[in-house]
Design a protein around this ligand. Sequence first.
Ligand code: GLA
Length: 379
Amino acid sequence: MGWLTWQRFRCITDCKKYPNECISEALITRTADIMVKEGYLQAGYNYVGIDDCWLERERDEHGLLVPNKERFPNGMKAIADYLHNKGMKFALYEDYGNLTCAGYPGVLGHEEVDVETFANWDVDYVKLDGCYVETEKMDTSYPQFGKLMNKTGRPIVYSCSWPAYQKKPDYASIAKHCNLWRNYDDIQDSWGSLTNIMNWFGDNQADFAHYAGPGRWNDPDMLIIGNFGLSLDQARVQMAIWSILAAPLLVSVDLATIRPEFKEILLNKEIIAIDQDVMGKQGLRVWREKNIEIWTRELFDGSYAIAFVNQRDDGAPHSVSVTFNDMKIEKQGYKVHDLYKEEENRYIGPKEKFETRINPSGVKFYKFTPNRLRAVEIV
Ligand code: GLA
C-alpha cells in the first residue's frame, strides 16, 4: 500500500508554472507529511513512490543515473532518509529499455550499476517498466534483474511491468520472480478506463488469479479515487473491486486537495483489511447478468467479501435477488455487514435468497460472516 506520482501528476516537470504538481522533492515531502498527519500511514499506506520523470536527460560522466538537479536538489538518498525517518518506505521507477516510457535514461546496459545505485540510495521498491524492451527477452531479463537486486542484500520490492507487454505471459515465472506485476493497460482518470480494467480482469481471471498470494500480487494499476474522473459511487466501486482482487493499493491523488468523502473511502479500515487479508487469496468475478456483477473473495477466517457492481446507466438503482450459488459461497447462515455502512447489519438463513439494490455505476459491498464464526466471536 502506498502512494505513487504517475496517474495524477504524470510528467509535470515545470515547477515554475505548477509548483504544487511538478515531480519534485517538495511534492514527495509534502505528501509524506500529509500521509503521517492525516492517518494514511496508520491505515497502512506506507510506500511513497516516484514514477517516471525524476531523472536528468543524461547519465553523469561515470555512467550513473542523475536525479533532476532542480527538482531533486538533495538527491534521492535524502528522500529515502526523509521517508524512513517518518516510518515510510521509498519506491522508485525505472525502465528496462534504453529509455523510460517518457524518454529518460533507462537501465539497459547499466543494470548492475543502477541496482547498486538504488541500494546505495536506500530504495525499498523498484517499479521496472518495459517500454523499449524486446518483449521476447523479458522472460529472461526480468528474472535476471531481480537476481541483481537480491545480490545487493537490501530487501527491495520488485514491481514488474513484464506481463503488461506480452500476449501470453508466463505467470508461473512472473509470480516466482516478482512481488507484484502490472497485467494490463494503464489506468486513466475515467469510469470507462476503470470498467475496462475490471472487465479485462474478470474476463481473463482464470489465467492469473491463482498466482496471487502473500508476496506476489496481480496489479490492476493505481487507485484514481479522489481525482477528476470518478463520482463517489464509482470511486467506491474501485476500492471494493481492488480489495476483492487483493490488489496493491497505490493511491495517485493530490492528498493536499482531496475531498473528504473520497479520503474516507481510501481510509475505510474494514475494506483495507479485506484487501490485506492474510490468506492473500485473490477474489473472482463469479456472476454477471445484464451488466450486474458479483465479485467474491474468500477470507482467511471463512468469511467472504462480496461486491455487487452495477455497470448499467439506466437511471434508478437496480435490484437483484441471488442465490448462494450465484455468489459462489457455501450455503449456510451469515451475518451480512455493509462495508460502506449504508445499511444495518442483517442476517440471512441457509434457505433464503439475498436481495440488494445497487446505484447505477455503483457498488454494494458486504462482508458475509458465517454464523458458526460469529459463535466463536461471542465465546
Ligand atoms: C507506463 C506505465 C505507467 C507509468 C508510465 C510512465 O505507461 O505503465 O504506469 O509508469 O509508463 O512513463
